[in-house]
Design a protein around this ligand. Structure first.
Ligand code: CTP
Ligand code: MG
Length: 234
């Protein structure tokens, strides 16, 4: 770590992985000989992140301690909450409580499940925040045709040209994200990602190019694809 403030990632891994089905916690599933959370830490480290807080479900500490033992950057863990946004807040609280991370001004929030995000995506996000963005989101074009289905069963095609699918890591000025998630809590706002929370307090989000390889492992078929991507990298 040099003298510039550390870039810290909150890696959320406290979900229940319901859609993936029975088995170990999703973030500890193996792809190409490594756990998803370890792949995530490798990508974040290679992209310029200095330290990470991994947010895990209570009861999983022993398994995660093993998975984090040889992490490429300092990586502590804390327990998450019921919703993703609660887990992100737990991670931010851990940063605030760690004197070594106190200087951090750029924070990334990453889904452990997006294990194979290329390092250059991570770097673009860090640079956008370094260049002054309050929030930055990697996105990819939508490839499927999209239809809106109405309650009466009719449907209309939606022009997909301007649509973008949202990925992680998302990057933020740390103080903005803290304020935004506190506001979401007070306002009873449920957000599926952190960029939505900062927009709710009037902050703008910058988009950068994501990657299809940053897929979120969600259903069993995603594991097959992730395995193939990991293998193709050697
Ligand atoms: N997550 C979390 N805390 C929660 C919910 C989700 O840390 N209370 C994390 C997950 O571990 C995952 C990321 O947020 O890395 C994205 O969530 P998702 O893909 O939905 O994972 P799960 O919630 O675990 O899966 P499912 O919705 O199928 O149960
Ligand atoms: Mg979920």
């Amino acid at each position: 770590m040099d003298s510039s403030p550390p870039v810290v990632a909150v890696v959320v891994a406290a979900g229940s992985g319901t859609r993936l089905g029975d088995g170990p916690p999703k973030a500890l599933r193996d792809v190409g000989g490594r756990s998803l959370v370890r792949h995530s830490l490798d990508a974040l480290a290679n992209g310029g992140v200095d330290a990470a807080i991994v947010v895990i479900a209570p009861g999983e500490q022993a398994a995660f301690e093993t998975a984090l033992a040889d992490a490429p950057i300092p990586a502590g863990y804390v327990y998450g909450g019921a919703r993703r946004q609660d887990s992100v807040r737990a991670g931010l609280a851990a940063i605030a409580g760690d004197p070594k991370l106190a200087e951090c001004t750029t924070v990334l929030v990453h889904d452990a499940a997006r294990a194979l995000v290329p390092a250059d995506v991570v770097t673009r996000v860090i640079e956008a925040v370094g260049d002054g963005a309050s929030g930055c989101v990697p996105v990819i074009p939508v490839v499927d045709s999209i239809r809106r289905q109405n309650p009466d069963g009719t449907s209309q095609v939606v022009d997909r040209t301007p649509l973008r699918a949202v990925q992680t890591p998302q990057g933020f000025r740390r103080e903005v994200l803290e304020k935004a998630l506190a506001h979401a809590e007070e306002a009873g706002l449920e957000v599926s990602d952190d960029a939505t929370a900062i927009e709710a307090i009037g902050e703008a989000v910058v988009l950068v190019d994501g990657s299809r390889e940053a897929l979120k492992v969600t259903v069993p078929a995603d594991l097959v694809l992730a395995e193939a991507i990991a293998r193709s990298r050697g």
